[in-house]
Design a protein around this ligand. Sequence first.
Ligand SMILES: [Zn+2]
Ligand SMILES: [Zn+2]
Length: 318
Amino acid sequence: MSPAAVALPAPPVTASPPTPPPAAHPATRLRLRDPYTLVANAVFLGFHVATAVMLAITGASWQGAGLALGAYLLGMFGITAGYHRYFSHRSYKTSRAFQLVLALLGTLTLQKGVLWWASHHRRHHRESDGPDDIHSPKQHGLFWAHVGWIMAREYMATDTAKIQDFARYPELRWLDRHYVLPYVGLCALVLGTLGFHALVWACFVSVVCLWHCTFTINSLAHVWGSRTYATRDTSRNNALLALLTLGEGWHNNHHYFAASARQGFRWWQVDVSYAVLCVLERLGVVWDVQRPTPEVVAGRLGRTDYRLPGGREADAAA
Ligand SMILES: [Zn+2]
Ligand SMILES: [Zn+2]
């Protein structure tokens, strides 16, 4: 026992626990004098420049475009059905093995780790366009909501407290920490088997498209489109964004009833991710798929959100 420990008085048993500090106010601009922020932003911008330069060198082809489209669809499904509807909202259940497949697909889009993504998204729903929403276009402008917040040092770490239900899986914690490695492995595989042209289209063009189409849900889907439900936020339904993101554009529906795996509530609201989930449900790969009840679709829910997942008491994937 150290002398310092001996000298410290024991706390009174009747003392109340210390009051937790108030939630940190969101950052609203990049601290570019911070070397870490500067390097991260340079890498992010450099990826765009490198993609443009390599594209100019290798040129276009139908095969390249087809590869990029295939990679885009797989990656977007990993983001929408995996990172978003499963890991952030637990809107259906699946096995531990398929949970890992979903995490891996999302990871290959270089949108950081699965625990990072889902934990920050849960905060977005809790604060929805309020002062503490980390990417609200209403609060901080369209650019910040689209891409600025991602490059802020304040949000580069995983908010583990909000994702404890999935952070208990060691394979997910590993993927979250080493999210770049699967992508590097894929690049090596594509380069070694299909060559440089395929690498540029499948691993660079697709990733840039995946980034910005996903980001539109944080930016444009809160300012452009119609509002069916009077949620407390500014979320919108937008058919074009829904097509680009395999169903995520029905964002007003989603903010109204985020527990649902189906985001296109009406038959004409195309939701490709949900359609694929229905097939996977038939195959027994996923189950307990949450859907909006007629009461929800009619707007008679009487509340504007639902209880977010993430507590220790929440049950986990089987
Ligand atoms: Zn969500
Ligand atoms: Zn939103």
